[in-house]
Write a protein that binds this ligand. Structure first.
Ligand code: SF4
Length: 725
């Protein structure tokens, strides 16, 4: 919605604000990527203070997600639940965050104890908030407490003041409040780009998987656009704290706001990258025209596109939602970076879309995305191969503050339960929730936002739904465990992993739950057969999670790393690592901070934080082998229908891979044997990965390992001593 067509009467909304607390601070330039202090805000007792960042904190935790985890650890105790007042939302930009020369350096990393999993969760998101926060003088903000009434936390990086404001009049839904905040806090239209906010809509008040919307003002479209910190329910946590928004204002962005050690070196590396991107992107992933949605056809081609709750990996209707459709629907020719300087520009947008349903029916809006995950979840996994459904549901999930992955995967699970008679129309309130039923699925989404009916029940998330269906409707626990695609309580993102053992580990062994951002190994493993042995897979499940953790420490977007590869990448020793781009990151980190790290130290920086987070999981009662187990559908065919659909493949594997002759055996026997072999392989994979990571057989980091990493802090040893004494 364009605020100039639909003025929000911001003055009236602003007049209703009541100042609850204010804190003034001295503005100071950054020092080589660091502000060297963090901001503490308690919306319960209204305390605001500054905390120093010590050299030890930098040495151990680097920045970004590392700082988030350290601050969160200090704030909570072993009994903290997600609803506890001491739980925090912590947001940081990272040491390299905010540079505008190299693509993808505007990410914020958000952490908190997750409503969905009960354990620490991290989520990486674009938009301008993280860099503005840092340039305003703060390496991170931690927000603790629960407010009495709805509030806004306002950081004014121009004036050097922090305010907690009672805010009764603003809308809650993100597409409205993000624009109202721009109008309220900017001096004029030109100044709107200086405002970035974090909000979550009304859906996150009901669901356990509420997302956070980070805004960036798009001057060409004259609209506040949104990027999501989707995973883990941090939007639910924001609304639980009665926070309507966290707002940051910073108007003085310059090419060197980070005050880096060597700006010329960064420019030199970046110029080379940009040249290559302009030459190669059209030939490779075409991110600048279709964003990540190019993956839809690729996944379908390789039988990896989750279809009907991950039963299958391909569908005859997939061409209805492949990239040619998105290319048409996305506005082309407008720069679409979610931070300055990102020439990859994959933050695509559908403009001028007239909503067909819900409270905003008839409104003309700009819709961010859909990205691959959303198109795959709503289109193939729910079996609704209709781009208009995907776009509309995408809009509503975003503005309601709902994670599209958790809602899409959750609805796919519901649909399979419905088709198996586990739930019926009596339970759903008269709705037919078969695969493919877009109209009724859309109604579930609106019900969830209103906190009504069966749609609201979907907001429990798969883990709680399984419990409910077993206890209330007598469902078979084994079957629900097999088909409920969640791990650690977090719904799977959108890849079929049955034919990639390494990718099963990529999901199951990820610290926060079933998200692919730690390791995406399907092509290395299944397509290119580059990691055939358990040791090879374990090495990949060590290196890639550690390397990818580093993006979170630095405030970086992962996409420019390997969604465009140098032309000679295939000739390098380890093409999957994209060595030239890894070296770029090492060199830019050194040019920002004045340090002198190498590729080995890069991995060590991550390994410290990664192991710290694993111990943090243990501290809260998670983080052992049992929590790394995956639903069987992630590993193999749950039903005979699935087995029969790829019977040649499975029979061949029994014979050639596991030396078991299927001739003359019934399909039930072959199906059962396949399961035994695959489940055994997953356990062996866990053994190999734990060993490679320096953990014991239960997945617990050893004392030697934490000593070797220099994270043998008293709190860490106290947790580990429970396992080793
Ligand atoms: S590659 Fe895409 S998501 Fe990443 S920073 Fe650039 S525009 Fe944003």
């Amino acid at each position: 919605m364009n605020i100039y067509q639909n003025p929000y009467n911001a003055e009236k909304i602003k007049k209703a604000h009541k100042l609850l607390a204010e804190f003034k601070y001295d503005l100071a330039p950054l020092d080589k990527g660091y502000a060297n202090k963090t901001l503490y805000v308690n919306v319960g007792d209204l305390k605001i203070k500054s905390k120093p960042v010590t050299q030890q904190m930098k040495d151990i935790f680097t920045a970004g997600r590392g700082f988030d985890m350290k601050l969160l650890w200090d704030a909570v105790n072993e009994n903290t639940k997600w609803k506890s007042p001491e739980n925090e939302i912590v947001i940081a930009a990272g040491a390299m965050g905010g540079i505008t020369q190299y693509p993808g350096a505007g990410k914020s990393i958000v952490c908190g104890i997750s409503p969905l999993t009960g354990a620490p969760v991290d989520s990486n998101v674009g938009g301008y908030f993280g860099p503005y926060l840092k340039f305003s003088g703060w390496d991170a903000i931690e927000i603790q407490g629960i407010a009495d009434k709805d509030v806004i936390v306002y950081i004014d990086g121009d004036e050097g003041k922090i305010q907690i404001l009672e805010a009764p009049e603003e809308d809650v839904n993100s597409h409205l409040i993000s624009e109202q905040l721009c109008e309220m806090f900017a001096k004029d239209e030109l100044d709107m780009k200086s405002i970035s906010s974090v909000s979550a809509g009304v859906g996150s008040e009901h669901a356990f998987f509420g997302c956070l919307n980070f805004s960036f003002y798009d001057r060409r479209r004259k609209v506040a656009r949104l990027k999501q910190a989707g995973r883990g329910g941090l939007g639910t946590l924001l609304r639980h704290k009665k926070i309507k928004a966290i707002v940051c204002k910073f108007s003085h962005l310059k090419a060197d706001s980070n005050h880096v050690a060597d700006l010329d070196r960064i420019k030199e590396i970046a110029a080379d990258y940009h040249r290559e991107l302009y030459k190669e992107d059209d030939k490779q992933c075409d991110m600048r025209h279709v964003g990540t949605a190019h993956l839809v056809e690729l996944m379908d081609d390789y039988d990896l596109l989750p279809t009907h709750n991950y039963k299958f990996g391909t569908h005859v209707k997939t061409p209805k939602i492949t990239s040619h459709v998105w290319r048409e629907m996305f506005t082309q020719g407008i720069p679409d970076g979610c931070w300055y300087g990102c020439t990859m520009q994959c933050a695509k947008c559908v403009d001028g879309y007239t909503l067909l349903t819900g409270p905003y029916k008839g409104d003309v809006v700009s819709i961010d995305g859909p990205e691959y995950e959303t198109a795959a979840a709503f289109g193939a996994n729910m079996g609704i191969f209709d781009p208009h459904f995907i776009v509309e549901a995408n809009f509503y999930c975003d503005t309601y503050g709902l994670d599209t992955i958790s809602w899409g995967t959750g609805m796919s699970f519901i649909m399979e339960c419905y088709e198996n008679g586990i739930i019926n129309k009596e339970i759903t309130g008269g709705y037919d929730l078969s695969f493919g039923n877009g109209e009724e699925a859309m109604e579930m989404l609106h019900q969830l936002a209103r906190g009504e009916g069966f749609g609201n029940t979907v907001g429990l998330g798969i883990r709680r739904l399984k419990k409910l269906f077993i206890e209330k409707y007598n469902a078979d626990p084994g079957f629900l465990q097999d088909i409920g695609m969640e791990c650690k309580g977090m719904e799977y993102s959108e890849y079929v992993t049955k034919e990639s053992l390494a990718m099963q580990g990529g999901y199951g062994l990820a610290l926060k739950g079933a998200q692919h951002d730690e390791a995406w190994l399907i092509f290395m493993d299944m397509v290119n057969n580059q990691i055939p042995t358990f040791a090879d897979k374990a090495e990949a499940l060590h290196y890639f999670p550690m390397f990818r953790t580093w993006f979170g420490l630095q405030g970086l977007c992962k996409l420019p790393w390997n969604d465009m590869e140098p032309t000679d990448n295939g000739e390098t020793d380890e093409p999957a690592k994209v060595p030239k781009h890894v070296q770029n990151y090492v060199d830019i980190f050194n040019a920002v901070t004045g340090n002198n790290i190498d590729k080995k130290e890069l991995i060590l920086q991550s390994e410290r934080v990664y192991n710290f987070q694993r111990v943090f999981n243990l501290r809260l009662g998670f983080g052992t082998r049992e929590h790394d187990m995956i639903p069987y559908r992630s590993a193999g065919p749950v039903t005979l229908e699935e087995y029969e659909s790829r019977v040649e493949r499975y029979d061949k594997q029994l014979k050639e891979k596991w030396d078991w002759d299927p001739t003359g055996k019934s399909i039930e026997e072959r199906h059962q044997k396949t399961r035994e072999f695959r489940e055994d392989a997953y356990q062996k994979l866990c053994d190999a990965v734990y060993e490679r990571r320096g953990w014991d057989n239960n997945g617990v980091p050893t004392i030697e390992k934490v000593k070797e990493l220099g994270i043998d802090l008293p709190g860490i040893l106290e947790v580990l001593n429970k396992y080793y004494n």
